[in-house]
Design a binder for this molecule. Structure first.
Ligand code: MEV
Length: 300
């Protein structure tokens, strides 16, 4: 059996503006993972991918046309790249502890884990940058117009400062200062990105998007000078800007309010929004209150 895995991620700063070419900071969540296991299957059965968690399975039996399902398309392209004339008889089993539709990169993480087992099986060598470019193409199936930050942070599994079209800079962040809260409300990143696009194109929200983009340099200076109060203010300002482009949610806003009351220095939604997760900057001394607020609000 061949095994591989990939991490979850969260966006610290710059989501949505990232789609329009502004820098975004994203971090890996290495303890939450999607896993893929590849084992040989019965002769003539083709390539089968199953996800027990989702209760779904996909089968590729021939190479005549490009399949429409993203995961089969991924397999199809790798088989083509390996120069095989037929589909190998294998079973790829996916398991994941990343909640689906929560803004934690579940789709990209599954794609990376599946690509990694197939690369090993097909004996193909991809650099991280090649794997990243390959997964970006698959991500476009899921998200339409992604900036590429999700696949990048998941493939490299390191904190990144990413600019669409320009690539990445690896950054060093003290992870212990942040807590990620999953609101438990599922949301589609694709829908949120397309909602912002409509506002951007038709309702003049470009200035809000550029305001988000421009906050990043202040955020980085606050980080460099360890100015926790300023970091917190900037996170909140970012949340309010995201709220004004219509990607917050009443439950997210309620959690933000409760957490600020309980003493966190900053909190904002993280990722696509309209549900999904939030990120809070806090000292360990308020972590216990934070957990009780989050569980009170029905989140984890
Ligand atoms: C999603 O994790 C981040 C967004 O900015 C979309 C993207 O950059 O592709 C909302």
């Amino acid at each position: 059996m061949i095994e591989a895995s990939a991490c979850a991620k969260f966006i610290l700063f710059g989501e949505h503006a990232a789609v329009y070419g502004y820098p975004v900071i994203a971090l890996p969540l290495s303890t939450m993972r999607a896993r893929a296991e590849l084992s040989p299957a019965e002769l003539g059965s083709g390539l089968r991918i199953t996800s027990e968690d989702l209760g779904q399975s996909w089968i590729l039996t021939d190479l005549e046309s490009v399949p429409s399902s993203p995961l089969l398309c991924l397999a199809y392209r790798l088989i083509q790249q390996a120069g095989l004339q037929h589909v190998p008889d294998v079973h790829v089993r996916i398991t994941s502890d990343i909640p689906v539709a929560s803004g934690l990169g579940s789709g990209a993480s599954v794609s990376v884990a599946v690509a990694r087992v197939l690369l090993k099986y097909l004996n193909l060598q991809f650099s991280l940058s090649q794997l990243n470019a390959f997964i970006y193409e698959i991500e476009r199936f899921y998200h339409g117009n992604p900036s590429g930050v999700d696949n990048t942070v998941i493939v490299y599994e390191q904190p990144v400062c990413f600019v669409r079209g320009l690539g990445i800079r690896l950054v060093d962040f003290p992870l212990s200062q942040f807590v990620v809260i999953n609101s438990g409300i599922s949301a589609s990143t694709m829908a949120a990105v397309s909602h912002v696009r409509t506002g951007y194109l038709q309702f003049g929200l470009g200035s809000v998007v550029s305001h988000i983009g421009l906050l990043l340099s202040s955020f980085l200076s606050a980080f460099a000078s360890l100015d926790v109060a300023q970091l917190g203010r900037l996170m909140l300002e970012h949340h309010v800007l995201l709220q004004s482009v219509g990607v917050s949610h009443e439950v997210l806003d309620r959690i933000v309010f409760l957490l600020l009351e309980s003493g966190v220095s900053g909190v904002k939604l993280s990722g696509g929004g309209q549900g999904g997760n939030l990120v809070a900057s806090c000292s360990l001394s308020v972590k216990a209150q934070l957990e009780s607020v989050a569980s009170f609000a029905g989140s984890t």
